[in-house]
Design a protein around this ligand. Structure first.
Ligand SMILES: Cc1ncc(COP(=O)(O)O)c(C=O)c1O
Ligand SMILES: N[C@@H](CCCC[NH3+])C(=O)O
Length: 414
């Protein structure tokens, strides 16, 4: 992983030893490499260079203010899915005219906030939502810029929980109803059609679903044009996968080729919503082994990070590589790396060869920059970990570890 390598036996993030960070910040801790983040973002910029493009970083993957601000300064916008994300993006200095707003359940309040902010576009996910947005915008004397999220019914060949562009999923407007909805949108007060949106799923590791989805999207854009409705943006969503183990996902350049080669006759800018492929391989979760427990059937390494800190293995059976922070000689054992949470599903690694370790040793759960901290919770009254950003030979805490007082903020005994 770019930005994370051994120097001798010791794991470094850029030029900083992981051990040095932990001795100052404690564990568990999320550590990100600025260089890896910048390179991932730049690879999209380079891939789409020469075409009118907005990269609207899908901040659900990692919404840390520092990361948002850094990407914002590189030109990124944001794909938001809630009023809270809109607030975060703006607080980090992302200009509103680079913000797109998706999600199937936008409330009146969220619509008002986004209209007030002057966002680039609402990605509307249903007929009822379109009517509501028309009513809310009209009541404010404003016009909301809109793309309809079209569900193209393409199998993204990924985990079912993160597959969003098939008929059976809750997302978007079915492609066979979309023309009618666009015709309706064109007549509704308070609505201005500016684009078409789609996003078929996350952690896509093959090019063919992208191809199928772009084919359908471009065909639909042409159909709209024939019906007198022209859009200025195609928002193709995110979803590009990363390497967790031995996956070989397409590169942004390959995806760009598939998109840009299909646009003839359409005068459209492209909006991209990458999340995981920007931050996923730019972050790790470091945890300290507390105990070893060997039963007649299994070896358990019990660590100070658990499913509340990183839920992907428990939720999706996701694979994350595990690296020792200091390489030791000797044989590892097959077993589980588990956390302290009171759930049998609390594991970070299951039934795999674990590196040799003793209590007090540090392990790095790799590729944890996306949907890691973002999905962390306080389950079992566990304060969420600190987040640290490394830039060259410096590191900064970009989110302090939560305290016990943070855990009870807002609560009272009545
Ligand atoms: C609408 C939308 N855009 C973009 C993304 C980002 O996806 P990824 O992190 O896979 O790039 C998601 C999440 O899957 C999403 O729901
Ligand atoms: N949380 C998921 C990705 C969800 C994508 C959101 N649309 C993951 O960790 O893989």
């Amino acid at each position: 992983m770019n930005g994370f390598e051994y120097k001798g036996h010791e794991l470094f993030v850029e030029d900083v030893p992981v051990r040095k960070i932990v001795s100052s910040v404690d564990s568990p801790v999320y550590i990100y490499s600025e260089k890896a983040l910048r390179e991932a973002y730049s690879s999209y910029q380079e891939a789409f260079q020469g075409h009118r493009t907005l990269i609207a970083y899908a901040m659900k993957a990692n919404g840390n203010l520092q990361i948002l601000s850094m990407l914002g300064k590189m030109g990124s916008g944001a794909d938001v899915v809630s009023g809270g994300e809109l607030f975060r993006a703006r607080r980090a200095g992302i200009p509103s005219d680079r913000i797109v707003f998706a999600g199937v359940g936008k409330t009146d309040g969220e619509m008002r906030e986004a209209i007030d902010a002057g966002i680039l576009m609402f990605n509307v996910e249903s007929s009822m939502e379109l009517d509501r947005l028309s009513r809310v915008a009209s009541s404010m004397g404003k016009v909301a810029p809109v793309a309809l999220r079209v569900n193209p019914d393409v199998d993204p060949k990924t985990h079912p929980y993160i597959s969003t562009g098939m008929k059976k999923s809750k997302f978007g407007i079915p492609v066979d109803q979309a023309l009618e909805e666009y015709r309706r949108a064109a007549r509704l007060p308070g609505i201005r059609i500016v684009g078409i949106h789609q996003h078929i799923g996350s952690q896509l590791t093959e090019i063919s679903p992208f191809r199928d989805a772009f084919d359908r999207m471009v065909a639909f854009a042409r159909l709209l044009k024939e019906n007198g409705i022209e859009v200025s943006w195609l928002d193709v969503g995110g979803g590009l996968g990363i390497r967790y183990g031995n996956e070989k996902p397409p590169t942004p350049r390959e995806v760009a080729h598939e998109i840009l080669s299909r646009l003839e006759g359409l005068n459209v800018g492209i909006i991209l919503e990458p999340g995981r492929s920007i931050v996923g391989n730019a972050g790790i979760l470091v945890t300290e082994v507390q105990y070893l427990k060997e039963t007649s059937v299994k070896m358990f390494y019990i660590a100070d990070a658990g499913m509340n800190d990183l839920i992907r293995p428990s939720l999706y059976g996701a694979f994350h590589d595990l690296w020792p922070v200091v390489k030791k000689t000797g044989a590892g054992k097959k077993g589980d790396l588990v956390g302290p949470v009171c759930e049998t599903g609390d594991f970070l690694v299951q039934d795999r060869e674990l590196p040799p370790a003793e209590p007090g040793d540090l392990l790095a759960v790799m590729s944890a920059g996306a949907y890691g901290f973002a999905m962390a919770s306080n389950y079992n009254a566990r304060p969420r970990p600190a987040e640290v950003l490394v830039s060259g030979d410096r590191f900064s805490v970009i989110r302090a570890r939560e305290t016990y007082e943070d855990l009870i903020r807002g609560e009272g005994i009545v």
